[in-house]
Write a protein that binds this ligand. Sequence first.
Ligand SMILES: [Zn+2]
Length: 656
Amino acid sequence: MKSLWDDAEASQYTDDLGLRVYTSQLLGRDASLVLHGGGNTSVKITEPNIFGEDHDLLYVKGSGWDLETIDRPGFAPVSLDHLIRLAELPSLSDPDMVNELRSNMTNASAPTPSVEAILHATLPFKFVDHTHADAIVTITNNPEGKKRIQEIYGDRVVIIDYIMPGFDLARLCAEQFAKEAHAGTEGMVLLNHGIFSFADTAKESYERMIKLVGEAEDYLKNQNAWDVSSNPPKIVEKTSVALSQLRREISQVIGRPVILMSDSSDKAITFAQHEKINTLASQGPATPDHVIRTKQLPMIGDNIEAYTQAYKKYFTENSALAKDEKTMLDPAPRVIIDSGHGIIGVGKSAKDAKIVLDIFDHTIDVILRADQLSEYQALSSKDIFDMEYWVLEQAKLKKSGSSPEFLGEVALVTGAGSGIGKACVDALLAQGAAVVALDINSDVETLYASENFLGLACDITDEAQFQECLDIAVRVFGGLDMLVLNAGMFPGGCEVAEMSTSLWRDVMAVNLDANLNILKAAHPILTLSPNQGRVAVIGSKNVTAPGPGAAAYSASKAALTQLCRITAMEWGRDGIRVNIVHPDAVFDTGIWTEEVLEARAKHYGMTIEAYKTKNILGAEIKSSDVADMVVAMCGKLFSKTTAAQVPLDGGNDRVL
Ligand SMILES: [Zn+2]
């Protein structure tokens, strides 16, 4: 393990909080130290208060911040004396502790301080760093973990037996540290949890962490427990239909649609095919706070009924031992291990599913190395339950607010790179959907950098290419709930007498034939949508009010409309709704350049403004208006409507 400290980078930070930000980010850059919100850091600073008097503060990581991206506002300033007095109390409930932390900050808008704030306060060093380093949890999730830690560090670290994070842990650490620490103490190892380092400068505290964790890594290497052997895996990936079926069943147990993200890397499949998989994967998480994301155990195979029964039993047994009443979380798995397919992460959003996969990817390393060392032995069910059902976590459940309408759902949009298609992508993302954006132009692949977005270059007239994109989409998000048929072409004015057969066929191929193939391919997946599938079709005003010079376009959109009306009739039995929006005069798209607009306006003897708004309401129709209609058609408003054709044209006297 190498220090990432860089003098030039560090020189941009001239004050203690700045340096705290810098080395926190350095810790965050190494996923084998901390993952997604794990770990925390602090610095003790003296500042004048509003009366000009010196006030000692602990700036500690606020909850909701990741070390990798943390900045100054991510640190909560808490009165240091108050924290140290709290540590001397014989007991303090965790809700009371959080109240004390929040009400003793000097910045009312700072985030809630980490629950490990009191622990940080009691360590008599300016800088304190805490991680859940893979190497440390590998060695301590082991029957002889404590002995091995002593072997590695001698008396250079204080060793704390496992106890749940919160006030009791802070108090225990404060007492034990005061008794055992000496001039040569460099850190503190919390068995089955992680490690602390500290020093009077940011650099030394950070580099001690790197050194201590590096020693643990070297120990694993010397014990021949670093490189884990693997055989080339036999891959039997689940089909899109099987994945969608699994997603539907898990969504039903959870009570809302969720994202299922697959990791079919060699590493994931090799682990899934491990001869001892049933033992290795049935121990528990590498560090207790992972349980919030992963649950105690993964589901091995696909017997959801057996998994949920076992979870209910775990809840009943452990909640009976708890001091206060617990509300059971949904009993569905968050990690699924499939021997031919790999690992599947389950999350309420694509971001959450990705976090689950990232955590489990590190858990695989921890498990295999601990096993090679001697044996992987995680904390007891009771300890894990206490963390999963921690009163502070249960409180979060009660105040979790409303979520966007399409959270956990998946939409696919064709022609998504620009114009109406891109507006649909934006609107669906804004409603929480994971969006698969297809476009003939490969620029779509880099349109957005977000876990909720998957851009794929696709020529939709090529059946095999579309099927491949659909399969990728299902591996990334788990299924499909909403299909937006938008891609289309609009050739320039061409009268029937001059129409070439090839132009006619080109237009039909994109605007009509491709959509038939897309509907056919998507049907088995849409049928398995947990909330019932939806298709939104971008038609055209030309279906009911065609214009001269647009025969191929108007005929193709009219045929598409008829195709979709019949699809609505046939798919009603599968609960799938198909609705059509007929926009007119949407000028903020790629086709309508400034020159074309000017030419058309001139043709009618109008200004551009008047031309854009030549409808009953005098309204300008924008791509985003069409996208809002698509969102409505996919949402609750249209939940009892199918085969509707809705004009979006500002009112047209040829249509009404
Ligand atoms: Zn921790």
